[in-house]
Design a protein around this ligand. Structure first.
Ligand code: ATP
Ligand code: MG
Length: 421
């Protein structure tokens, strides 16, 4: 026997029994996004590496150690997309959407790739539902994407998530804050992990994101961005809070939320569900007003989020709202004999053309085995046809689960008449 080949570490298959949940969730995501006026965008799986270097940020974990980067046959450096925002920004600049009437509201459901240590809630290929809202810089735009995320959780019956909200300020307030932060960490430098000692020189904010226990303890006392907000950022944050409160959204101001990506300003947020394990952030996002210009487009305000679908599914499981039904055939055709097999195959196609989910035996198993299989599929009716019955132009139609058996004429039209009665 030939040797089998295994899937790659950190990737997973989604088998038919699970795909039904994914499909149902995707339907809800599309429905809710469109109710909020977001339109779907699709973009390539790989892009120039440069897009992510500039669009995600050279000092981020994603760019420094998580990207799947390779040279193609023309020796161009390409990367599998590690996230969606840079891709969307590239696309709307390239296709001129940045010049259309604003706001521009987009969503995507896509797979992303990051070379990180696989664990519960973290894989190397994963799926996100993401939204992006461009061309509106006031707090109503921030509220809109946050309310859409909250709506998705409500629609899917997720009860354990809570919104954690913070503001990281803008360029005006950022310098004062970064200085305060640098001074603070300088005074604790000896206790920082080796990576954070480097971060202190390159990007001290990243220290706030460190997973090292010692660094975490130090960070608990670090200066908080909300205490350094300029008038404009403070007003933005206060109005956003009012909008969320008026809409009945439960949230906490959480100064620990700084997000791992470089491009955020003002609002940052995460929806966290403690019941799903260590990787508890189901959805993360914020405002990134400088990104479009940074990637060569015009100045364009932007706010959005990425929601991890496997973590969403886990949150649904914890809330006992993960339900979906497998489709069952309306009718199973069970032939006995070679002529009956041919007849049933043709009849099955005729039924399918009329929109009926019909199944037919194609393995040649015994009648007993066929009845068992039909039962397993959950078919509502089974049609039994023997070779000798074909000349009569009739077959037996049994309603499963203890129903009656009746004779029925051998035509799709007549069969449909009976099964739809
Ligand atoms: P984390 O803190 O979990 O590493 P992140 O800040 O890297 O998350 P984002 O880039 O903001 O995550 O992505 C948004 C969401 O996508 C996350 O909140 C999470 O639900 C999901 N996600 C991110 N990375 C992975 C992964 N490797 N596997 C599964 N889901 C992921
Ligand atoms: Mg990460």
């Amino acid at each position: 026997m030939a040797e089998t080949i295994k899937r790659q570490y950190g990737t997973f298959d989604i088998l038919p029994k699970d795909v039904i949940y994914w499909q149902k969730i995707e339907n809800v995501l599309r429905d809710r996004a469109s109710k909020y006026g977001f339109e779907e965008i699709r973009f390539p799986t790989f892009e120039a590496t440069e897009l992510f270097n500039r669009g995600v940020g050279d000092t981020t974990d994603i760019v420094q150690k998580e990207m799947y980067t390779f040279n193609d046959r023309e020796k161009r450096s390409l990367s599998l997309r590690p996230e969606g925002t840079a891709c969307v920004v590239r696309s709307i600049i390239e296709n001129g959407l940045v010049h259309e009437a604003m706001p521009l509201k987009l969503y995507y459901i896509a797979n992303f790739f990051r070379h990180e240590k696989p664990q519960k809630g973290r894989s190397r290929e994963f799926f996100q539902f993401g939204t992006e809202l461009y061309g509106a810089d006031g707090p109503i735009a921030d509220a809109t994407v946050i309310l859409l995320a909250a709506d998705v959780f409500r629609s899917l019956g997720v009860k354990g998530v809570r919104l954690h909200l913070n503001s990281v300020g803008c360029d005006n307030c950022r310098d004062d804050y970064t200085k305060a932060l640098t001074d603070f960490f300088e005074s604790k430098k000896e206790s920082l992990c080796p990576t954070c000692k480097q971060r202190l020189a390159t990007n001290p904010r990243r220290i706030l994101d460190c997973k090292d226990e010692g660094c975490k303890r130090i960070c608990a006392d670090a200066p908080k961005t909300v205490d350094y907000l300029c008038g404009d950022c403070k007003d933005h944050f206060d109005k956003l809070r009012t909008l969320l409160e008026e809409s009945g959204i439960d949230y906490v101001v959480d100064v620990k939320i700084v997000r791992g990506l470089d491009y955020y300003n003002k609002t940052v947020f995460e929806f966290i569900d403690e019941s799903i394990g260590a990787q508890s952030t189901v959805c993360g996002g914020g405002r990134y007003n400088k990104l479009v210009a940074q990637l060569g487009g015009p100045e364009l305000a932007a706010v959005g989020f990425g929601m991890g679908i496997t973590r969403l599914i886990e949150a649904m499981r914890q809330s006992e709202s993960l339900v979906a039904e497998r489709k069952v055939p309306k009718i199973y055709l069970a032939p006995l004999g070679d002529d009956a097999k041919m007849k049933c195959a043709v009849l099955t196609e005729a039924l399918r053309r009329e929109g009926v989910y019909a199944e037919c035996d194609m393995t040649g198993r015994s009648l007993k085995a066929q009845m068992k299989y039909s039962d397993k599929l959950g078919a509502e009716y089974t049609l039994i046809l023997g070779d000798d019955e074909i000349s009569n132009g009739a077959a037996r139609l049994r309603k499963m689960n203890g129903g009656d058996t009746v004779d029925v004429e051998l035509s799709a039209e007549k069969i449909i008449e009976v099964i739809n009665r």
